[in-house]
Unconditional design. Structure first.
Length: 332
């Protein structure tokens, strides 16, 4: 005689089951797993459990026979404040992006500098306790890309500055360094001031259309690192081409700059650039300024070491960098 099922046991209702798609949340997958275990304990077959939970037979088999858990692929991330985590936050806000495909999330960095991609890959690997993530060259974009597939880490980064603030404040130099590696650079000017050659060293910490981000970084620099930074209006981004069409941005672009030489030196010591080429240029500019001052001697030395052009020609131009391209502005 067939034993009746307990009234408290979930009933199999194949026709009324709503199929779970790959985009369903981790919470729903865990609930489906719990139901699958319950039905298995009651003696139901894998096919019946699949019909009831809406999960594929292969998934049920992995759960019940191979011991796999629905949360293992998500590798739950538990944030711990560190210089590496602050650096990753800075890079994500500067040059990083997060993309989603089905139930997967990817933290992506796509840059022209292989050293930068390698550094970010190693930093994320340290944070997550993994081997360094691969870096590949994308020929049609002329960029190096690295992808970090971790749903909970991506969700953590997308919380916004308000939620991430406590991690940034514990290690402020890491955050600023990550932002500077993404959007910043040493800015060296050789021009004329009151008809005399002038050598000027600055640090562009970040370039952005987000005043909120720049103000926040300005506060971090001043309050926690003792560095004074100012916002400088840069104009609007140059037109971009997409699918053979020219697009103009209406947003205004600003630099966050450290201009006082004592603060430039302090930035190099307590923050610095992680990228060797940027730090090398900053250190060289500081050395020239300390040895030759800001006059003719400094201009000649910098031109000899870095510009490789005649002083008479460079003294009437200012080298600037904005949004990844170089331009020259002539003085009358």
């Amino acid at each position: 005689m067939t034993q009746k099922k307990s009234e408290c046991e979930p009933k199999l209702q194949t026709d009324q089951v709503q199929k779970l798609t790959p985009t369903h949340s981790l919470g729903r997958r865990i609930r489906a797993y719990d139901r699958a275990v319950h039905f298995a304990q009651k003696g139901h077959s894998i096919t019946e459990i699949s019909s009831e939970t809406g999960m594929p037979d292969a998934t049920i088999r992995e759960w019940l026979l191979n011991g796999r858990r629905p949360w293992t692929r998500y590798e739950l991330f538990k944030p711990t404040a560190s210089d590496q985590l602050s650096y990753a936050i800075g890079v994500y806000i500067g040059d990083g992006s997060i993309s989603r495909w089905r139930n997967r999330s990817f933290l992506r960095l796509s840059v022209k500098d292989r050293e930068f991609a390698d550094k970010f890959s190693c930093t994320c690997a340290q944070i997550l306790g993994k081997e360094p993530y691969s870096v590949r060259y994308v020929e049609d974009r002329d960029r190096y890309e690295t992808n970090v597939a971790n749903v909970s880490f991506c969700k953590f980064l997308t919380r916004g500055l308000i939620e991430l603030d406590r991690y940034v404040r514990e290690h402020p130099s890491g955050f600023v360094r990550g932002l500077a590696d993404s959007d910043g650079c040493p800015a060296v000017t050789t021009t004329k001031k009151r008809a005399e050659p002038w050598f000027f060293v600055q640090v562009v910490v970040a370039t952005s259309t987000s005043i909120r981000l720049l103000r926040y970084t300005q506060t971090i620099l001043g309050k926690y690192l003792g560095l004074k930074a100012t916002l400088v209006y840069k104009g609007k981004p140059r037109p971009s081409v997409y699918k053979n069409r020219l697009f103009h941005s209406r947003k205004k672009v600003f630099d966050l700059r450290i201009s006082r030489f004592s603060d430039v030196k302090k930035f190099s010591q307590v923050v610095g650039f992680e990228l060797a080429r940027k730090q090398k240029k900053l250190d060289a500019a500081i050395a020239v300024h300390e040895r030759f001052g800001s006059g003719q001697g400094a201009v000649e030395e910098w031109t000899r070491r870095w510009e490789h052009r005649k002083v008479s020609g460079l003294s009437r131009k200012v080298w600037t960098r904005q949004l990844g391209f170089e331009k020259f502005r002539r003085f009358s």
